[in-house]
Design a protein around this ligand. Structure first.
Ligand SMILES: Cc1ncc(COP(=O)(O)O)c(C=O)c1O
Length: 485
């Protein structure tokens, strides 16, 4: 692939030129460069409002780009080693949904890890695909879901030989990476399309010490949250395509169904500039980031009761490689839950981490960090540990096996629902999803039969104050099930 001139920022340059020409704006947005919303413009500064414009000839149109947006997308594709890139302004959520809709038609089976992000359910409902869940490997000691194994994929393909696609998470929230190369090889041998959720892997293409990415190992599509780890602004992501099976026209057609006709130029420009930065000096920036993450991990591992896990997990089930910028710390050894540590860090030390679960916390280390940020975290954890009396280690709870799917998620979504008390839901078909952290695996998905074991498990999770997501009733005293009352 010929390397394009990655120093260029065509979209950003066109927008700067538009602003420099002081064009009289008889177009939306109606704030007219901030004059219509003075309080916010005074706080943010007028520049961001000047940049907040809409599609026009010299600035191109995001739904059908032929000018500077197309040029910026080509540079993005080139930076990732993809054939095509599509700017997204509704996050990787939109990317995940578009990938599933591009690969699957109603009734097509898609093999999907049980711990996939909730956006996959949206993709499944919109496309009418039928999910075939594959269990990720579980690290019992840490209480988290890891990647999937090639063996379990082979077994699932054997059981579902006509499946259309396989969906992979690269890396998981905690940094674990499946053997993506082997998965792609196996899937392609069986003519399955490989779709990769790289919400947490947008930086991995730009330094050699990171796990391999979807585009590097020949997957068909990936969705990458540039905003999470590659410097662009929140909601800006990119959809990447390199496939003999899915055509760029199909992807554009799918995007035109859900993509706004008023994509934010502020967000798209942030993609253009972030791509330039990563493609030109990302290697240097990430070298420093890795240095900080490695330093902090080593320091945390000298603190009594804490375990900052990392590359030593490679070779354990579901962990073929590891992204070291996910600074995940197992905190059960000091007798606190991850939720408690997150709250303590925020309230007592003014530190906000990315994620906590029953046993772990996770801090994202990125190109925006510096040594003093990491020192603050390490010192706070040292302080917490020194003030804590060791309590009994909290053990993980065994997850019941996946329930039986009775109705497809799409049919369940469109079916009438009734609300029943949790105890009365046994035997009913779920009308909503219940997702538990840890380990981030849905306990029940819509369309599945609710068993006695599932209800007992939900009660146990509630007792342990686990975070449960996806339901209308956040306390899960009631569940929505199929049927009318
Ligand atoms: C694994 C995974 N996939 C997809 C998403 C959705 O990404 P976005 O927030 O960019 O829409 C997330 C968000 O946290 C995620 O964790």
């Amino acid at each position: 692939m010929t390397r394009l001139n990655q120093k260029k920022t065509p979209l950003f340059d066109a927008l700067k030129s538009y602003i420099d020409h002081s064009v009289v704006p008889f177009h939306v947005p109606g704030h007219k460069q901030g004059h219509g919303l003075k309080e916010l413009a005074n706080y943010l500064g007028e520049r961001v409002f000047q940049m907040d414009v809409n599609g026009m000839e010299d600035l191109d149109y995001s739904n059908n780009p032929t000018g500077v947006i197309l040029e910026a997308e080509k540079l993005m594709a080139n930076a990732f080693g993809a054939q095509h890139a599509y700017f997204l302004v509704n996050g990787t959520t939109a990317g995940v949904q578009s990938m599933i809709m591009s690969a699957c038609e109603p009734g097509d089976k898609i093999i999907i890890p049980r711990n996939a992000h909730r956006s996959t359910i949206g993709g499944i409902i919109l496309s009418g695909a039928i999910p075939v869940y594959i269990q990720p490997e579980i690290n019992d000691k840490l209480g988290i879901a890891m990647g999937i194994s090639e063996e379990s994929l082979k077994k699932t393909i054997k059981e579902h030989p006509h499946a259309k696609a396989v969906f992979v998470i690269n890396p998981t929230y905690y940094g674990a990476v499946s053997d993506l190369k082997a998965i792609v090889r196996t899937a392609h041998r069986h003519e399955l399309v490989v779709l990769v959720d790289e919400a947490h892997g947008a930086h991995m293409s730009f330094h050699d010490d990171f796990p391999l990415t979807a585009m590097e190992v020949g997957a068909d599509m990936s969705a990458s949250s540039m905003h999470k780890t590659s410097g662009s602004m929140t909601q800006s992501s990119v959809l990447l395509l390199r496939s003999d099976i899915i055509s760029p026209e199909k992807v554009r057609q799918v995007l035109s169904l859900t993509h706004t006709t008023s994509a934010s130029y502020v967000l798209m420009c942030s993609l253009d500039v972030a791509r330039k930065q990563m493609a030109t000096i990302g290697d240097q920036l990430l070298e420093e980031t890795l240095g900080l993450a490695r330093w902090a991990r080593d320091e945390i591992n000298t603190i009594d009761g804490l375990y900052a896990f990392g590359k030593e997990l490679i070779g354990t089930p579901g962990c073929h490689d590891f992204d070291e910028t996910k600074l995940s710390v197992h905190v059960a050894g000091i007798g606190y839950t991850g939720y408690q540590i997150e709250s303590l860090l925020r309230k007592e030390y003014n530190i906000q981490i990315e994620l906590s679960d029953m046993h772990n916390i996770m801090a994202i280390v990125s190109i925006g960090d510096n040594k003093s940020n990491l020192e603050a975290l390490v010192n706070a954890l040292r302080d917490i540990s020194s003030k804590t009396e060791r309590a009994a280690v909290i053990h993980s709870i065994a997850i019941p096996k996946s329930p039986e799917m009775i109705v497809s998620p799409r049919n369940a979504f469109y079916s009438p629902k009734k609300v029943v008390a949790l105890d009365d839901s046994i035997g009913e078909i779920a009308g909503e999803m219940v997702m538990a952290y840890p380990p981030g695996i849905p306990v029940i998905c819509m369309g599945e039969r609710i068993s006695k074991e599932i209800v007992a498990y939900i009660k146990l999770l509630k007792e342990q104050n686990c975070e449960l997501q996806g339901m209308a009733d956040p306390l899960v005293n009631h569940l929505r099930v199929l049927g009318t009352s």
